[in-house]
Ligand binder design. Structure first.
Ligand code: ADP
Length: 483
């Protein structure tokens, strides 16, 4: 039963790290999430930059058309025959031909005759403007020569008007926009790639302490339960370390308890067995008459009784702690229970000339498992009888207090000092081992009382003073007015 180091683990260095795959790791998840977030930001940034560039280029094209028309209006000269001419070549000065891909300007008579056609663009072959042609509104026309931005307006002069139409190729602007989108794409992909690499390295690096903690934890086997994880620098890991160390502390306590319990239980079982053996041997050698044999058998049966009681109590405790003990709760009148236990044990008290009485003025009702509760009170009264001097008095009383009811056993026994008071509910703890044994005790009675109280969401209280006596009180939840 004693836990051994590395049981079931052939490697004395502790369990090996599980074959963790990178795809299943937390670092991988963090990297993926980080990458997705970075990707989203880059897409949003690229869209914002790209679209705003497109809008700016678009506005610029329209502005250039307007400027062309204004320049044409300023340079317009109409001769005596009413034919228009453009003075100077101011047209298109503001236009970077390489950038835009060329410009074009036409002046039409109101009767659909093209009077002027000039520009660096290959003649785009635009239809004559009609009455439906929108004025001062830039439009994109997709012609065989390529996309063209066009705008038509009226040029007024004293005595008449012309229609002027300016056009600029969109090819250059569109090429620029495509370049910007391509650059944004390449830049984003690069940033995403480098960011992903950096994110992966960063997440791995930040999670390294977790790996170290896991390695350390793996080395803590049952044999090294006293070891603890070292302090961590980050708050989250420090919290994890504290939780883990607290769990270790509890585990160590449980192991220690189990070890002590196993050692105590073996010892307790050995004592009656040794007694049985020696009584048997003495009987074999010395019992010559039937009376002698009866006496030997009587002694042996006493030890068998003790063994049986011990086994029963151990089983009850084991079941209780494994959570297998089923409590059937029902309203139990504690006063009636006190009278019942007093009636049951009064013969034992009489043997020791002790007075045993129930002080139960009014009924006090608790919701409890009747037989578990009765056994607990029997244990308390039995102890009071066993450990109190002859001719002393023992009282079993019941009562209420706010939110609780109780049943208590008061005696005038030896009382317990501070150390015993704290440890008396531990399994197999006895103040005077030989006295307890002499009185047929197993050392488990008070452990069972404590378990019963806790299983009913209650508690056991102990008021005691050395030389004056003790009061063991079983407190159970209940309303002051009774359930
Ligand atoms: P046991 O079977 O030895 O009585 P318990 O768990 O019932 O085991 O009690 C544990 C120890 O507590 C006893 O051995 C005894 O020393 C002490 N004890 C219990 N009840 C009393 C009491 N009423 N007065 C003084 N000592 C007590």
């Amino acid at each position: 039963m004693t836990p051994r180091a590395g049981a079931g683990n052939p490697d004395p260095g502790g369990p090996k790290r599980s074959g963790r795959r990178w795809v299943d790791s937390l670092a991988m998840r963090i990297t993926v999430w980080y990458g997705m977030l970075l990707g989203l930001c880059l897409v949003a940034y690229s869209l914002a930059v790209g679209l705003s560039f497109e809008r700016r280029m678009d506005r610029e094209l329209s502005w250039r058309l307007q400027v062309d028309i204004e320049l044409a209006a300023r340079a317009l000269i109409v001769d005596d025959e009413g034919r228009p001419r453009l003075a100077g070549s101011t047209l298109g000065r503001h236009v970077d031909e390489e950038e835009t891909g060329g410009h074009w300007l036409e002046i039409w008579s109101p009767f659909g005759e093209r009077l002027v056609a000039t520009g660096t663009l290959k003649p785009p072959g635009l239809d004559p403007p009609t009455e439906e042609t929108p004025l001062r509104q830039p439009r994109t026309l997709v012609l065989p020569a390529g996309p063209v931005r066009e705008m038509t307006d009226i040029l007024r002069f004293p005595g008449g008007h012309f229609l002027v139409r300016a056009a600029i190729s969109e090819a250059g602007t569109r090429a620029q926009i495509r370049t910007v989108w391509r650059e944004l794409l390449v830049l984003s992909a690069g940033v995403l790639f480098l960011g992903g690499l950096g994110g992966a390295a960063l997440s791995r690096h930040s999670l390294k302490p977790l790996d170290r903690m896991a390695d350390h934890a793996r080395r803590i086997t049952a044999a090294h339960l006293h070891e603890r994880l070292p302090a961590q620098r980050t708050a989250e890991l420090e919290e994890l370390r504290q939780a883990f160390n607290a769990a270790l502390e509890q585990l160590e306590g449980s192991f220690e308890q189990l070890r002590r319990f196993t050692a105590d239980a073996s010892h307790e079982l050995r004592t009656p067995l040794t007694a049985l053996r020696s009584v048997g041997e003495v009987g074999l050698r010395g019992a010559t008459t039937a009376d002698d044999a009866r006496e030997v058998i009587g002694s042996m049966l006493e030890e068998v009784d003790r063994l049986g009681r011990l086994a029963d109590e151990l089983l009850t405790l084991a079941r209780a702690e494994a959570g297998e003990a089923k409590l059937e709760k029902e309203p139990v009148d504690l006063s009636a229970l006190a009278r019942d236990v007093v009636g049951h044990l009064c013969v034992l008290a009489e043997e020791r000339e002790q007075s045993l009485e129930a002080a139960v003025p009014v009924p006090v009702v608790a919701t409890a498992d009747r037989s578990a509760l009765r056994q607990a009170v029997v244990n308390l009264v039995d102890n009071a009888i066993k450990y109190s001097p002859e001719r002393s008095s023992i009282v079993v009383a019941t009562g209420r207090r706010p939110g609780a009811v109780f049943i208590e056993v008061r005696d005038e026994g030896p009382g317990l000092d501070e150390v015993d008071r704290r440890r008396v509910f531990e399994r197999f703890y006895r103040i005077d081992r030989s006295r307890s044994r002499e009185m047929g005790g197993t050392g488990l009675g008070l452990s069972l009382v404590k378990w019963t109280a806790e299983a009913h969401d209650g508690s056991v209280e102990l008021d005691t003073e050395v030389g004056r006596g003790s009061t063991f009180r079983l407190v159970l939840p209940g309303s002051a007015a009774g359930p």
